[in-house]
Design a binder for this molecule. Sequence first.
Ligand code: ZN
Length: 137
Amino acid sequence: MVPVNCKKRHQTLTLNTETKEMFKQTTFDFESLLEESAKIHGHLCPGQVLGVRMSMFGLSKIGIAEPKGKDRKNIIVFVEMDRCATDAVQSVTGCSLGHRTMKFMDYGKMAATFLNLKMGKAVRVIAREDSREKAKE
Ligand SMILES: [Zn+2]
């Protein structure tokens, strides 16, 4: 268990072992990505936890290891939410509306689609209803 201190809400976010297992295969470091996204977003909140997890999962599924490095020209992200988690997705993927690499689809879902342009591979990641509660844990 790795506790992450949340300064704003005075709560401790803990990674469960299931998620840690899942991310062991990826090259991403959850904690440093979360720290970075909380800094960009302005605070650490469940949306950051969700957005970082969704992005890590999505990117690894489409074979992107260095979203801000050699892979940065190969990704497009379609986000279906315009809330906290979107900032986390932007932070992890490096995609943004301004760079035209992030597209906002107003479907009102906590979901994002990650597209690898080079490989023609895409995956849509949806946050389960209970994941927001889990992210607060
Ligand atoms: Zn937030």
